[in-house]
Write a protein that binds this ligand. Structure first.
Ligand code: GZL
Length: 331
């Protein structure tokens, strides 16, 4: 009797062709004549909510092509239930490795147990899960978000020193509730400034990493506190920051002059705003994780061990830096 694996291998060319058609149909840059290998990666991407996320998906597609791996890509459009359904379809197709970016930290226990029972390794990319039993995922690769939050806090202390500020009211526009970047960018920032009595965080509101919600948050905060009542905006990603800048400038406020603006990601549009003097600091969060992910996939396919936690090298770009040789961001 043909084993399931044999059937899968036989069905694989059709399956990958369907994926390629699906990708090209949705404008994806479908792998054209990449050599077909036996290694197939099931990738559940959480959405396309930001320039960062779009860059991250492109990084994965490019790396899969370059490594010659089949890539089954599913975009969950910000819905956890769709991520879970995609992971289950990857299990039924018996992909070699599952990669996903968990939109939130909780609610993955059952599907991770199913992947483990099916003997399929899982790589968490970009975001973590809150799981006591962490042998249900093989590795995590993504930013150290606590360090990102600390970099934001460190810049604010430098900026307050440079301004000779006696006291600063801070408003925070946070990312998706219950997501790792939201939790840890907030924790790292608050921990860094907690003993400095120059700073008071007067309110945190969720912008869900969306530009439109960043606008709504800034409009609400500006109406509630007035431009005189806000000294600093700490925003967890550039999309929300760019939305906030629009609202501030419409209200006649000069961002980065009248109110300190601290952002995260470093997508091109925000770096341009930094260069124009409309943002004071952008903490870098690289979306370019695809090559490192595929290197891990390659190691796993050869039966090698891989490190459990993997962080890319990141930095921050500020008004105090010479940005003249900063390369185009590509996202
Ligand atoms: C961070 C990533 C975040 C980005 C946002 O690694 O999860 O999600 O900072 C994106 O732009 O929406």
């Amino acid at each position: 009797m043909k084993t399931l694996r044999t059937l899968r291998r036989a069905a694989l060319p059709l399956l990958l062709a369907l994926c390629a058609v699906a990708l090209s149909a949705c404008g994806g840059d479908a792998p054209s004549n990449a050599p077909r290998s036996e290694v197939v990666v099931g990738f559940s991407q959480l959405g396309s909510e930001s320039g960062w996320r779009i860059g991250n998906t492109a990084s994965m597609e490019k790396a899969a092509r370059e490594w010659g791996f089949g890539l089954m890509l599913d975009n969950a459009n910000q819905r956890q239930d769709k991520q879970i359904a995609a992971i289950r379809s990857f299990i039924s197709y018996r992909v070699d490795v599952i990669v996903f970016s968990p939109i939130v930290e909780t609610g993955w226990d059952n599907v991770l147990t199913e992947a483990k029972d099916a003997g399929i390794p899982v790589i968490l990319m970009d975001r973590m899960i809150e799981s006591g039993d962490d042998d249900r995922y093989t590795a995590y690769i993504g930013a150290d978000f606590l360090a990102e939050g600390r970099r934001a806090g460190k810049f604010l202390k430098q900026k307050a020193d440079a301004m000779g500020a006696k006291h600063m009211n801070i408003v925070e526009i946070t990312g998706t509730e219950d997501s790792t970047p939201m939790r840890d960018r907030q924790s790292g920032f608050m921990w860094t400034i907690k003993d400095d009595d120059r700073f008071t965080v007067i309110e945190s509101v969720s912008g869900d990493f969306l530009r439109s919600k960043g606008e709504e948050c800034m409009r609400y905060l500006l109406e509630k506190y007035g431009p005189e009542g806000i000294d600093v905006v700490y925003s967890h990603n550039d999309e929300m920051t760019l939305g906030a800048l629009k609202v501030l400038e419409e209200a006649g406020v000069k961002p980065a002059r009248d109110i300190v603006i601290i952002s995260v990601d470093a997508q091109q549009e925000a770096v341009d705003a930094l260069r124009e003097g409309r943002i004071n600091c952008i903490v870098e969060c690289t979306p370019n994780l695809g090559d490192a992910v595929m290197e891990m996939v390659d190691a796993l396919s050869k039966g090698k061990q891989i490190p459990k936690r993997n962080h890319p090298v990141e930095t921050a770009f500020t008004e105090f830096d010479d940005l003249s040789d900063l390369a185009p961001r590509g996202y």
